[in-house]
Design a protein around this ligand. Structure first.
Ligand code: CP
Length: 303
């Protein structure tokens, strides 16, 4: 039984296999339209989502399977006091694979122990979001033709941004990666992420000003300041617009810079950039559906 709780649950070879299958699906979608005939995917979302939940549902429907689930905690029996572990055990009687998002970090691990079907972590608090990382790696591969030998800027809320933590963890397995980590001091990467970079001898710079490095970047991964993780609204308001990417700020950037964002966007990328060829964040959304089709097939041992 294979689960995807953390991106480290997949070897580099397995990640590359999923990316390769996703690329094959993009070119041969019809071949996959019945692969999950009779299978059911459950989406249990205790936190809001647009992309992750709907892309998993779209992925399963495109594979010929069915979906069930809930989009908010208020419609689940956890509001009556049921544990996550019991919820998982119950839903495992109805579905072949479970996708769960929960605000509590590590909540999935508790449920995992009793699960009879594969579980995919669709985001646990501010910690990790591994299926977003697969989306990001597929996007980078399609835009840059490789992942090795890239200089990648990660900008915004690096403390609470779970997509950043999982992406950095995955990138430590690639060769000659250089990371420029740009955030206000208060929102720098957590210590355990820094330790992972050091352990893996990844070259990285922490800065408050990504613009100083803009001309070096192959990829710029923007993130939203995660309002919902702040204890103080005043602190959020002080930091929320600390960096806004606009046309002027990428004047010196490479012509083939790949600008990414896991979305949702609030104010950190000016909408005027959406028409720039370097804006890849909506292509990234599309990659999310295809990579999740490949991930479902992998975890259900179908292919
Ligand atoms: N990227 C992402 O996780 O988006 P949602 O919160 O809309 O699922």
């Amino acid at each position: 039984m294979k689960h995807l709780i953390d991106i480290k649950d997949l070897s580099k070879e397995e990640i590359e296999e999923i990316i390769s299958v996703a690329n094959h699906i993009i070119d041969n979608e019809k071949l996959y339209s019945k692969k999950c005939d009779g299978k059911i995917l459950a989406t249990l979302f205790f936190e809001p989502s647009t992309r992750t939940r709907l892309s998993f549902e779209a992925a399963m429907l495109k594979l010929g399977g069915n979906v069930l689930g809930f989009a908010s905690e208020s419609s689940s029996s956890t509001t009556k006091g049921e544990s996550i572990a019991d919820t998982i055990q119950t839903v495992g009687c109805y579905a072949d694979i479970i996708v769960m998002r929960h605000p509590k970090e590590g909540a999935h691990l508790e449920g995992l122990r009793k699960s009879r079907v594969p579980i995919i972590n669709a985001g646990d608090g501010g910690r990790s979001h591994p299926s977003q990382t697969l989306t990001d790696l597929l996007t980078i591969t399609r835009e840059k033709g490789k992942i090795d030998n890239l200089t990648i800027g990660l900008c915004g809320d690096l403390k609470f941004g779970r997509t950043v933590h999982s992406l950095i963890s995955a990138l430590t397995r690639y060769d000659n990666i250089k990371l420029i980590l740009s955030s206000p001091k208060e929102l720098q990467i957590p210590e355990y992420v820094r330790e992972e970079l050091i352990e893996n001898k990844i070259e990285y710079i922490e800065t408050e000003d990504i613009c100083k490095y803009m001309s070096d970047l192959d990829v710029l991964y923007m993130t939203r300041i995660q309002k919902e993780r702040f204890e103080s609204e005043d602190e959020y308001n002080r930091l929320k617009d600390s960096f806004v990417l606009d046309v002027k700020k990428i004047e010196n950037a490479k012509k083939d810079l790949c600008i990414m964002h896991p979305l949702p966007r609030v104010n950190e990328i000016s909408v005027e950039l959406d028409d720039d060829d370097r804006a890849c964040y909506f292509k990234q959304v599309e990659c999310g559906k295809f990579v999740r089709m490949a991930l479902i097939l992998k975890l259900l041992n179908i292919c």
